[in-house]
Design a protein around this ligand. Structure first.
Ligand code: ADP
Ligand code: ADP
Length: 226
């Protein structure tokens, strides 16, 4: 059974035309799925519908076979990293990473252990007492990823996570994301307009244009297209 399934999913924003049209896709456990395509083609909208951040206008979304259209029933064991990081500015790095566990009333000792473990994976152990405004772009990115993976979600969603970084850092973070994928037993869904990112990271690439899927392939297959 597919872990995440979209059937004939359409999204029409109020007063707009369809941002996503008749979208059909199965995402299996441990896949690294990339939505790639030009700006405005509906990548982000699709990701946000999967995350439960956006209502679905038509069609169906299933997570582990369970009907998930209702945005309110949003406990879907997914975590998302945004392009602008969306860190809590008044909290330290430690508290940013610990926050979701605090909401879920995870005991303090366990919270602390998980934050330290996560910080180690991302190489940010020395930054735990800092506030977001004392971090570089790459550091903020790592903290945002730490905040997302600390709960070990079943799916890890990223929306253009590297587009605010300079080229050198982008390459480095791309490598880090790949090793993170190898290390975590998690499904990744990743939005980018960057072909290189798509080809080097994805195991399944969904090429979108004007709100519809043009092609779904492995990087190898895509590469051999004329
Ligand atoms: P992408 O992520 O590929 O850049 P988006 O999913 O952000 O594309 O946008 C798809 C289309 O939906 C675009 O035409 C965009 O202008 C429109 N759109 C996105 N968000 C909204 C919104 N909140 N309200 C109205 N239209 C939106
Ligand atoms: P509270 O608001 O109840 O103090 P917090 O979630 O804010 O709970 O803090 C969690 C615990 O982790 C606190 O005891 C805090 O002192 C501790 N802590 C904060 N930063 C660090 C750090 N860098 N390394 C280890 N422990 C920390």
């Amino acid at each position: 059974m597919a872990e995440i399934q979209l059937k004939h999913v359409t999204k029409i924003y109020e007063g707009g035309s369809a941002a996503v049209r008749d979208f059909n896709l199965e995402i299996h456990e441990r896949e690294f799925v990339i939505f790639v395509g030009p700006s405005g083609c509906g990548k982000s909208t699709t990701l946000r519908m999967i995350a439960g951040l956006e209502e679905i206008t038509e069609g169906e979304l299933y997570v582990d076979g369970e009907y998930m259209n209702d945005v309110e029933s949003c406990d879907r064991d997914m975590a998302m990293v945004f392009q602008n990081y969306a860190l809590y500015p008044h909290m330290t790095v430690f508290d940013n990473i610990a926050y979701s566990m605090k909401l879920k009333k995870v005991p303090k000792g366990e919270r602390r252990q998980k934050v330290l473990e996560t910080a180690k994976i991302l190489g940010i152990e020395d930054l735990l007492e800092r506030k977001p405004n004392e971090l570089s772009g790459g550091q903020k990115q790592r903290v945002a990823m730490g905040r997302a993976i600390v709960r070990r979600p079943k799916a890890f969603l990223m929306d253009e996570p590297l587009s605010n970084l300079d080229a050198k850092l982008r390459n480095q973070m791309r490598t880090e994301i790949r090793s993170l994928y190898k290390r975590l037993n998690t499904t990744f869904i990743y939005v980018t307009h960057d072909q290189v990112e798509a080809m080097t990271l994805g195991t399944k690439i969904v090429v979108m244009k004007d709100g519809v899927i043009q092609q779904v392939d492995t990087p190898g297959q895509l590469y051999h297209y004329p």
